[in-house]
Design a protein around this ligand. Sequence first.
Ligand code: PMP
Length: 334
Amino acid sequence: MAPLAWIGHQLQLNENPYGPPPSVREALSAALSSANRYPEFLPQRLPRLIAERLGVAPDCIVVGAGATGVIMHIVQEFGSGGSSVVMAVPTFDGYPILTAMAGGRPVTVPLMLDGRQDLDAIAEAVDEQTRLVVLCSPHNPTGTLITPPEFEKFLLRIPPAVTVVLDEAYVDFVAPGERIDVLTLLDEHPNLLVLRTFSKAYGLAALRVGYAVGAPALIERVARWQLPFGMNALAEVAVRACYAAEPEIAERVTVIGEHRRRLTAGLRELGLCVPDSYANFSYLTLPGPDIDRVGTALAGANIHVKHYPTGLRITVGDRVATDAVLHTVRSTVQ
Ligand code: PMP
């Protein structure tokens, strides 16, 4: 095979550096021969499969074309007509972009200096115009975590008529003991929607599968916006195969966690500021002029990362990518 060196290290989209396990690839290859057939008119089997896995009723799940697709439907339902959607800044780009597309108004609350979302300021930004508020844990781009007590306290401050999205796109990278017990909270808070994706830990970004879990009444309102025949038929095949390959997926998550620790520690050894990350990326906090300098050096070494006004977000790649990042940053800052 021709060398792919020209592609360089693609560390700007928080993708999984590893392709699907062999059993998932085999399932997908076998499914290709049915590519002449439409998927379900509206997805039934995929939500059932996910619900079974989580131990919830199928009507508690709505799927979409990635978590992005689900977010689109959420903002269409709750963030249109000029109503305000409260979120941190920076956050996952999809939130401000899709809110504006749906005719809503993003109300943004700066992150705290340590990279965490300012839950007090976010709760205070909720007013009569607010119908939706979004938190991410781990947060994108800083990788910081909201603790269970912080989140529970936050929920109690939000009026029941305001929908709260907890985006857990990266939750599989968080140690089980540190996760928020979302299923219990969903029973107590019918205004809560928890968002997950198969794009990150499961490595299925190309296939576009995400879902929300929540109370049936809320899920039904989101599902109203689903496009007929809109879900990729291969998504269900891939999710089913991934669930059957859980040990291999878990092994990849463990390896990515080890590389994240090495990347974070290596950057800190250079005297740089990196918040503790619980996701598959590290955030290098830098003074303004250094962001361009370090970013340009990385781009010169064919390493592509995402730039923010306060730093660089670097996706955790494989060992070679981590070595390349550390080598380039070292030679730039020393
Ligand atoms: N939420 C967060 C916090 C993300 O970072 C991303 C993707 N980077 C998404 C949602 C969307 O992921 P996808 O559409 O691939 O499921």
